[in-house]
Design a protein around this ligand. Structure first.
Ligand code: URA
Length: 209
């Protein structure tokens, strides 16, 4: 799967293992998701173009690298996607944020939109769409569809865990969008949960259920 990047960094893998443990507290789960968000932001921005600009140090004028090209928008899919947001904003504090509100119909597992708000210039930016769990792929596909309808052409998708089924569906629907994930698990179960996974990411983040 050439457009999927599995982030095998030991820190990411270690933190993900801690998050899978069902005894981890809400506070611990949220903290780990935040930390992994920061590490994934580092990876998903690894190939951003740079250009040289002139800087005057106390000693001399010099040409040094700076990030060039499109500005960033982070687009968490509500609600679990917000778990990544603070970590990502820690690394890129000037990024704009778009919110995509989708819930999963428990019967059909289809994504239903209830909220959408994006910066007015979102179409000119690189948009990093984020959701911890890429399960059926329905929410991710719906979010990318929605952003494309707003004119966005340049997008990347970041998740914590993916099911092979979700990766395949997302790749088929949006072959132009590359995916970053910490792991691809074994399968989806009959209820659309990733196995072995970590359960319901939103519930574990917010202590709901
Ligand atoms: N959403 C979750 O939070 N967990 C899953 O396993 C699948 C979808």
């Amino acid at each position: 799967m050439s457009n999927v990047h599995v982030v095998s960094h030991p820190l990411v893998q270690h933190k993900l293992t801690l998050m899978r443990d069902k005894t981890v507290s809400t506070k611990g789960f949220r903290q780990l998701l935040n930390e992994i968000g920061m590490l994934l932001a580092y990876e998903v921005t690894r190939d951003l173009p740079i250009e040289l600009i002139e800087v005057e140090t106390p000693l001399a004028k010099t040409m040094q690298p700076t990030i060039a090209g499109k500005k960033l928008v982070f687009a968490p899919i509500l609600r679990a996607g917000t778990g990544f947001l603070d970590g990502m904003l820690n690394l890129v504090p000037s990024a704009r944020v778009a919110h995509v509100g989708l819930y999963r119909d428990p019967q059909t597992l289809e994504a239903v939109e209830y909220y959408f708000k994006a910066p007015t210039d979102v179409a000119e930016r690189l948009v990093i769409v984020m959701d911890p769990m890429l399960a059926t792929g329905n929410s991710a596909i719906a979010a990318l569809d929605r952003l494309k309808r707003r004119g966005v052409r340049d997008m990347r998708f970041v998740c914590l865990l993916a099911a092979p089924e979700g990766v395949e569906r997302l790749t088929n629907a949006h072959p132009d969008v590359e995916i970053w994930t910490a792991a691809i698990d074994e399968k989806l179960n009959d209820h659309g949960y990733i196995v072995p996974g970590l359960g319901d990411a939103g519930d574990r983040m917010f202590g709901t259920k």
